[in-house]
Write a protein that binds this ligand. Structure first.
Ligand SMILES: Nc1ncnc2c1ncn2[C@@H]1O[C@H](COP(=O)(O)OP(=O)(O)OP(=O)(O)O)[C@@H](O)[C@H]1O
Ligand SMILES: [Mg+2]
Length: 214
C-alpha cells in the first residue's frame, strides 16, 4: 500500500515540483500516472522510491521499491550489460548461484538475451532502456516504478513490455504519455501542477482538455 498525504517537494533552486499531492494506491494495483510535461510525475516517482525526501506532508510506502528512470543513461553505468543487470541483486546479497538465474530471467523478460557481453553505451536508446528495466526487474521489487517505460521503444517492444508487466505481480506505477498504455492500467491518476487532480478509469475528453492533456 502506498499513501501520500498533501506531499510537497521543492528543488534546491526553488521550483515547487509537488504542491500538496495526495494519492492512495492499493497493493497489486497497476496505476498510470499521466500529466503534461513538468507536472511532477518523475518527482513523485523518485519520492515514492525513497530517493528524495518530501518537504511537507506524509508518506507511507509498504514493500521494496524499484525505479526505472526516464533516461536509461541515469541508470546504466557498468561497462558490460551482464554486470549492469547483476549489480542490483549482487548488492542485495542474493547468493551467487541465483544471480546468474536472475540476470538471465531479467534479460530474457525484456528481450535482451544475447546482449550480456555488450557495452551498454554502445547500444541504441531503446536497447539501453530495456537493459535499465532488466536491472530493476532483477531485484524483484514489490513496487515497480516505471518512468516513461515505452518512450523510444518500437511497437513490438511496447507490446512485449506490456505483456511483461501483465505477467509480473506486485504494484506497478507507470508514468506515461502513452494513452494506450494508460487506458489499459487498472486506474489512471492525473498529475497536474504538482497535485493529483483526478483518478479513475475512462477519462472523458473534457477532463483531458481541462488538464492540458488533449
Ligand atoms: N533537478 C531539478 N531541479 C530543479 N527543478 C526540477 C528538477 N527536476 C525537475 N524540476 C522541475 O520540477 C517540475 C516537475 O518536473 P518533473 O520532472 O517531475 O515533471 P514530469 O511530470 O515528470 O514531466 P515530463 O512529462 O516532462 O517527464 C518541473 O517544473 C521541472 O522543471
Ligand atoms: Mg518525467
Amino acid at each position: 500500500m502506498i499513501l501520500l498525504e498533501n506531499v510537497s517537494y521543492k528543488y534546491d533552486d526553488g521550483i515547487l515540483a509537488l504542491d500538496g499531492a495526495s494519492i492512495e494506491i492499493k497493493e497489486g494495483e497497476r496505476i498510470a500516472l499521466i500529466g503534461p510535461n513538468g507536472a511532477g510525475k518523475s518527482t513523485l516517482l523518485t519520492l515514492i522510491a525513497g530517493l528524495k525526501k518530501q518537504c511537507g506532508g506524509k508518506m507511507k510506502i509498504q514493500g521494496k521499491t524499484g525505479i526505472v528512470f526516464q533516461d536509461p543513461d541515469d541508470q546504466i553505468f557498468m561497462p558490460r550489460v551482464w554486470d549492469d543487470v547483476a549489480f542490483g541483486p549482487i548488492n542485495q546479497g542474493i547468493p551467487n548461484e541465483q544471480i546468474e538465474e536472475r540476470v538471465n530471467w531479467a534479460l530474457e523478460s525484456v528481450g535482451m538475451q544475447g546482449f550480456e557481453e555488450r557495452a551498454p553505451h554502445h547500444l541504441s536508446f531503446g536497447e539501453r532502456k530495456r537493459v535499465a528495466i532488466a536491472g530493476i526487474l532483477a531485484m524483484k521489487p514489490n513496487v515497480l516504478l516505471l518512468d516513461e517505460p515505452t518512450a523510444n521503444l518500437d511497437p513490438r517492444g511496447v507490446r512485449e513490455l506490456w505483456n511483461l508487466l501483465l505477467g509480473l505481480g506486485g504494484t506497478q506505477i507507470i508514468a506515461t504519455h502513452d494513452m494506450g498504455i494508460a487506458a489499459k492500467c487498472d486506474r489512471i491518476i492525473i498529475i497536474h501542477k504538482g497535485k493529483a487532480v483526478w483518478s479513475g478509469t475512462g477519462i472523458s475528453k473534457e477532463v483531458l482538455e481541462k488538464y492540458d492533456l488533449a
